[in-house]
Design a protein around this ligand. Sequence first.
Ligand code: F6R
Length: 613
Amino acid sequence: MCGIVAYIGGQEAYPIILKGLKRLEYRGYDSAGIALIDETSLNLYKRAGKVSVLEDFVKTCNSRGSIGIGHTRWATHGEPNDVNAHPHFSGDQKMAIIHNGIIENYDTIKEELLSRGHTFHSDTDTEVLIHLIEDIQKSEKVDLVEAVRIALNSVHGAYAIVVISKDNPNRLIAARKSSPLVVGIGKDEFFLASDATPIVEYTKEVVYLDDEEIAIVERGEDLKIIDISKKEITPYVQELELHLEALEKGGYEHFMLKEIHEQPRSIYDCFRGRLNASEGMVNLGGITDYETKMKNANRIIMVACGTSWHACLVGEYLFEDLARIPVEVEYASEFRYRNPIINEGDIVIAISQSGETADTLAALELAKKKGATILGICNVVGSSISRITDAGSYTHAGPEIGVASTKAFTAQVTVLTLMALRIAKRKGTLPESKYRSLLNELESIPEKVKKVLDQNEKIQFISEVYKDAENALYLGRGITFPVALEGALKLKEISYIHAEGYPAAEMKHGPIALIDENMPVFVIATKGTSYEKVVSNIQEVKARKGKIIAIVTEGDTQVKEMADHFIEIPDTNENLVPLLATIPLQLLSYHVAVMRGCNVDQPRNLAKSVTVE
Ligand code: F6R
């Protein structure tokens, strides 16, 4: 969380940094700030609130300069006010720093610095770090790069930082550990950012810094990288595959709506080149070398957070049903602190849209230490998870900017389906006819998603009916239970309505007490093994005057008669139902949130990339 961006070159830095901050706002929007060097002065402006608040403020200030740093914050240490906003000055105000991450031992360092006469103005760990750098530079009489290096050797935690100093207006110093940082290399100019989105319109050449690396970007010089033990590193320049159009709303009112509508395309992109139903082919190049290990695994452990964790639950059904491999699904945050039992033959698969989620990364590191093979399913190319895993598959869903995850989820489920099918084929656990029919069905999913999206108006009408609800229940069974969880998460995170997802049969063990005439109950009642059971669960809700909104298979008659409202989805193989049933629930949450006047793309208290524990 927190977005950082910096520029040095021949252009005015402010417009580039401001635009970059807007692109990175999905990472946090509690406050924003900027520091620019104009000839001999280091000008620093910061404001609580969104980047637009900063922009209004800076209108009356001196925003000139061809070198600068900027930050958009998701608060960890200290409330989101002007003072705690980044950048932070050093004590002599000659330097400023921006930081994404947490310095865990900042308290001890702060006490030491206080005893040495430093004064602090904010409650942040970041201000402590810039004072430490300043203290080292002065007391050890070393240059700034060396001071940064020594300071980073004494901090614990996570950081992506950029330091600017008015004593050297031709240089920026950046470093990272467990928080992402990308360097864009232009013609006589450099860009630094938390991800490539602020960079892509200026250059396609980027270098992703690795942990404990320090980048020195200097006018007229090549990019120089050292690690924190002073070893020189040769920069590995990569070509960005990102396209600018993917970062814009393309006529939609919100990114979330655009991303929901992109799903026919993103699901197709996810299996393009990997699936050929007529030839009976599924192939995920990224994991080819690990297929035998997967096939022989005693179990697979899937780790993730939030929506990605729901994708893991779908993956559990798929791997167990198709490939007959036992799967355990773990919240990454719980797994890492539980001294989990991991054996050498175990495979751990991490699923993450951003590839930067701190808990998921830490869970993977733990599993690796204990000898497991670690694989990743990520959306963001070059992200930390994709780089520390032994192998993996990208979801190719394109940038997801709305904070609520939509197309990333269906792409994750698509990759899991492909993986489960591939391993099932290798293991011989699936009859050829079932295998072939699943491949055919998967190929037809993008067209079927379009049909679901065509019902937008009806879903909008249903949203109007329930927009003032205070609570909502989501029920599913088997492979649609994770869909119920995901539907509930979408509603609560963007419309702030309390919502719970439950396995339908569990309702009578407690939640049924909540049912009355004011309780909307969203039920995934599609055709399949549990259909009759779900029908009974619906009757139990109706008997208590609950309102039923059912997701049903086209042509259904029984549930339609009982439901207050229904949304039809095309018929498909039961294993693929999550790819269709999730979509009306995404749309419904979106419309309810818009009708309630909520900020759909940037819901309160959230950030897209959770890089803190
Ligand atoms: C919900 C949502 C979050 C993320 C979670 C994990 O809509 O977006 O729950 O799914 O923070 O993020 P990634 O997938 O980036 O690891």
